[in-house]
Design a protein around this ligand. Structure first.
Ligand SMILES: Cc1ncc(COP(=O)(O)O)c(C=O)c1O
Length: 352
């Protein structure tokens, strides 16, 4: 097991945090892990106090967008141990994102050991209350100082952590986007690169001004097929069958999506991963065949959808009751992470 050098803080900032009222992403834990790629290889990672970095304003990521990130969570189990949820899968996605952006992939040891060591050090930042977690943000960006358009020769990899409260979003109102695109097939949608998010702000702001919370993205070419929601994959229960768009290069392969589909199949539910036409959803709404619609992602696990606007008409979805698939699946995931239900898929990674 690696033991990366640590420079400890002199005074913790934890007293500034109101753990009973956590605003997502506002507080960053005392330490961060930093590792630099230079001269063709990743150097020795080190853990240092969280704080500003000295970087060149000419660094390539600021100008040409080589920047990617991951988002995942660590939880305090009922017996006091700490688990990270499916870090192996996040690691694979991190490397797929890096590869798509012509950035060097990261050795697994730096990712897993870096996370474990950092979490152990800042363990007191992980709230113990129901539904709370430590949000983990590994990310990488091009840090070579150069103005010409080129693939960078230097990169930073950093991990930050942040305490997160229990997140119960109010049911979403979505607008099916038929004009703007977040990405297209062949683009960077499947990679968690920074530009995908910056580019989504404008259409999302337009939807918010019209009274919606998020955009429901459609394929960037014909705007006929459903892709995903802002920061979540999307699922529909139609005639008792769980439907979700099949993955393509425009859709982010959500770890929660995979977990929920695995649970659904295990429960004996019929699952369809395929291209889903907007017109098909519209028709199913008209015939009252949609009993559940929800987003799935790390932040909320499951986020109910209250309404979807298709070409100017709002179609509503009933609020999920305790018998709904989405709430059962959410509870099961929670119980597995707390160590209450058997972790039959091996999704917990215990921080030793
Ligand atoms: C665009 C997008 N889609 C889907 C997801 C859900 O992915 P995950 O379940 O891995 O959090 C996210 C969140 O990371 C996202 O940003």
């Amino acid at each position: 097991m690696a033991n990366y050098p640590v420079q400890k803080i002199t005074k913790s900032r934890i007293a500034e945090v109101d753990f009973s009222n956590l605003e997502f992403g506002k507080h960053i834990s005392d330490h961060m892990l930093v590792c630099v790629f230079e001269n063709g290889s990743w150097g020795q990672p080190s853990i240092v106090p969280f704080g500003d970095l000295s970087l060149s304003p000419a660094m390539l990521s600021l100008h040409y967008g080589q920047a990617i990130f991951e988002g995942m969570k660590a939880f305090r189990m009922n017996d006091g141990r700490i688990t990270i949820f499916r870090p192996d899968k996040h690691y694979l996605r991190l490397n797929r994102s890096l590869d798509r952006m012509c950035m060097p992939t990261l050795p697994k040891e730096i990712f897993l050991e870096g996370l474990s060591q950092l979490i152990r050090l800042d363990e007191q930042w992980l709230p113990g209350t129901h539904g709370s977690s430590l949000y983990l943000r590994p990310f990488s960006f091009a840090s070579e100082s150069r103005l010409g358009v080129k693939i960078s020769d230097k990169y930073h990899f950093i991990i930050l952590t942040s305490p997160a409260g229990s997140y119960q979003p109010k049911p979403y109102r979505l607008k099916v986007e038929k004009h703007y695109a977040r990405t297209v097939e062949g683009g960077t949608g499947f990679a968690k690169c920074a530009g995908n998010y910056g580019g989504a702000y404008y259409p999302t702001r337009m939807a918010v001004r019209e009274g919606y919370d998020q955009v429901l993205w459609t394929d960037g070419k014909e705007h006929q097929y459903i892709d995903e929601v802002g920061m979540m994959n999307v699922m529909f229960m139609i005639d008792g069958v769980l439907h979700t768009p099949q993955l393509n290069t425009a859709i982010l392969e959500g770890i929660t999506r995979d977990s929920i589909l695995t649970i659904a199949r295990d429960m004996g539910l019929k699952v369809e991963e395929r291209r889903i036409k907007v017109s098909e959803i519209e028709q199913a709404f008209k015939e009252n065949r949609i009993t559940e619609a929800f987003g799935v992602g790390t932040a909320a696990v499951v986020a109910p959808i209250a309404a979807i606007n298709i070409e100017g008409t709002d179609y509503t979805v009933q609020a999920p009751d305790s018998n709904s698939f989405q709430l059962k699946a959410k509870q099961l995931l929670h119980d597995m992470r707390m160590g209450v239900s058997h972790d039959k898929y091996g999704w917990n990674y215990i921080v030793g």
